[in-house]
Design a protein around this ligand. Structure first.
Ligand code: FES
Length: 374
């Protein structure tokens, strides 16, 4: 049996409710059927148990975590336990009063996501006419309350050509760190992959412009840090997803299901719920968490690969989504017998697909998907 590490990073998906409808959301397609959110007291228990087990970082995410009215209590409880707390938000629903309240409760970090630099695209992706201006105001407030301003842009085919405007916007807002993360294909993003994956030419241009801006910022002594995250669909080796299965990441979904990563719920295996089992049993003893720990489960070519300690065979969820078997080598790897699927996806990125043709993440579409799956 593989040696088991500590669940250092706890992700609390407080809710699947969200005012936005991003077509690249990583939430499950069937989120409309998942309604039994953990209560405040149940979240307290999760935080207490996780902290006792060695968790140090706690991310509040969703959906949109701001829709939980008990967020200040959850932050305070986590802070008092000694967690480093991070709010991952779209900013919609945030205002000065709330930021002050969260700060008072001990919140350490806020990450605001943007959709694009262009208000029209931003608002269309966000499904709200006010999203863009509101987000700019929030970003400024985050700075006012002396939080490091960390902005996150999910980059895809429909906003990648505005990378320059996006970076300019971040500089204008005096961002400290900007994550330009090319879309990863899980949940709704996988459903919309053909319309979201940038072409190779788009990607190369965006990376070149980002590098030019890095040089300009350095020359101007501007501390703004640009992080450009290349999509694994354009790599030849897979990412070390979650730093290895069940190694440091523990996700708790709104209904209390415990997962080794946010996307694992779709895998054909049982994942326990914090309402039914102690968290330490879930982490150390459950089949779901032990199944892909270590390397004993690996088939060839991973088993004899010299890089298996570096990438752990890639992403189990991606292997499942693309090949139907989570134990397969991640097809991103050029050694995988399924790598042609990635090459095919790259080719498909050359086809035009309008933004309006994407399936937006909302309750109506989620219900339709549920009906179609019977
Ligand atoms: Fe689940 Fe990569 S997202 S293992």
């Amino acid at each position: 049996m593989a040696e088991v590490g500590l669940p250092l990073w706890l992700l609390a998906e407080l809710t699947y409710r969200c005012p936005l409808q991003c077509p690249y959301c990583s939430n499950p397609l069937e989120f409309a059927s998942m309604q039994n959110e953990l209560t405040t007291a149940q979240w307290f228990d999760v935080f207490k148990d996780a902290r006792q087990m060695g968790a140090v970082q706690l991310g509040f995410s969703g959906g949109e975590p701001l829709v939980r009215q008990d967020l200040p209590q959850l932050i305070k409880y986590a802070h008092d336990l000694g967690f480093y707390t991070n709010l991952i938000t779209s900013g919609l629903g945030l205002n000065e009063e709330k930021i002050a309240q969260f700060q008072q409760a001990g919140l350490d970090h806020i990450q605001v996501s943007f959709q694009a630099s262009d208000p029209v695209i931003n608002d269309m992706l966000a499904g709200s006419k006010k999203a863009f201006e509101k987000k700019k105001q929030i970003a400024k407030l985050v700075k006012k309350y002396e939080y490091p301003m960390v902005l996150n842009f999910v980059i895809h085919r429909h906003n990648i050509d505005q990378i320059e405007e996006i970076i300019q916007l971040c500089i204008e807002l005096e961002a400290d760190t900007v994550e330009l993360a090319i879309c990863q294909f899980y949940g709704w993003a996988y459903l919309n992959r053909q319309g979201l994956l940038p072409t190779k030419a788009q990607l190369e241009r965006a990376e070149r412009i980002t590098n030019e801006y890095r040089a300009k910022l350095k020359a101007a002594n501007n501390p703004c840090k640009l992080i450009f995250v290349v999509p694994d669909y354009y790599e030849e080796r897979p990412k070390a997803c979650m730093n290895g299965w069940g190694s440091i990441f523990l996700t708790i979904t709104p209904d209390g299901t415990a997962l080794p990563c946010h996307a694992a719920r779709q895998l054909p295996m049982h994942f326990p719920n914090v309402k039914d089992q102690p968290l330490s049993d879930i982490w150390y003893k459950s089949t779901g968490f032990n199944h892909f720990r270590g390397d004993a489960w690996m088939p060839e070519p991973c088993r004899s690969c010299s890089e298996k300690k570096k990438d752990f065979g890639g992403c189990r969820c991606q292997a499942f989504m693309l090949t139907g078997d989570a134990a397969n080598t991640d097809p991103v790897c050029s050694k995988s017998e399924h790598h042609h699927m990635i090459i095919q996806a790259r080719k498909e990125s050359e086809k035009q697909l309008a933004l309006s043709e994407l399936t937006f993440r909302n309750k109506k579409n989620s219900k339709m998907i549920l009906v179609s799956k019977g």
